[in-house]
Ligand binder design. Sequence first.
Ligand code: NDP
Length: 284
Amino acid sequence: MEINGREISKSIKAKLAEKVATFPEKYGSTPNLVVILVGEDPGSVSYVTGKAKTATEIGIRNTTIRRDENISEEELLALIDELNHDDDVDGILVQLPLPKHIDEDKVIAAISPDKDVDAFHPYNVARLWLKQPCSLPCTPKGIIKLLKSHNVLIEGQEAVVVGRSNIVGLPVAKLLLDNNATVTVAHSRTKNLAEITRRADILVVAIGKERYIKADMIKPGAVVIDVGVNRDSRNGKLCGDVDFEAASKVASHITPVPGGVGPMTITCLMENTIDSFVRKMERK
Ligand code: NDP
């Protein structure tokens, strides 16, 4: 069965829009998301456009601040500082990657943890690993929502995550662990990857390699979550890290690319922005 991320995110977005519609009366205001885009990378431009469109659909005020790719690190940090101090800004997102002359870690750490809607700030990362309340990173959060929306049993199941990045692999492994799965994290130095992936009841793949996971690497009946976004060398279209056609004959549930994890990532970003706004209002 295909897990349709577009449909699931559509219903979550409708609920978020209903919630935001109550805010003017309840709080006298609505959430405000600021996205900073440095340079003209086509992938980044398209992601930022998608985020702005979704925010508008839900009723979240949003601005995209565009800066030339030659902006200095100092100027970017000064812009973030200004937004940190602007009480009308609830979420700050700096679209990654940044040009090489800018230290991404420094930029992420400069965002106020309260406005860190991507949840990449070291404070929020630490709170995730300490199991303390925090914003959750959008892609991992979206993956857990996808699993739950299909009533996939997580507790006690064997989960294998392929990929160990800070933004996907590691946090999704932690969230699966928090949901009581038994988790293995595989990576580029893993030996006998196929033997490990074949153990998985839940297989999450985030490596960025076109159709790398083949059907014979999947346990029959497994739930497969494909995070990868790649260009298919056969036809130039988007494709995942999993060989979807063959894998869908073996898996019980599988996410397509596009239309699986991607829409959920954006939806969770909206949810994080709304939560940040509500926390601000309740502090007042
Ligand atoms: P990174 O490049 O940061 O990490 C890739 C990970 O995959 C690394 O841990 C690497 O191992 C591992 N890896 C690479 N090759 C292999 C291999 N042959 N076998 C096993 N492991 C391997 O990528 P991200 O986590 O940022 O992204 C992964 C993919 O997900 C990309 O295609 C990206 O575009 C997509 N993505 C999609 C999102 C969405 O919303 N749909 C959001 C974020 C990312 P090692 O650590 O040893 O180098």
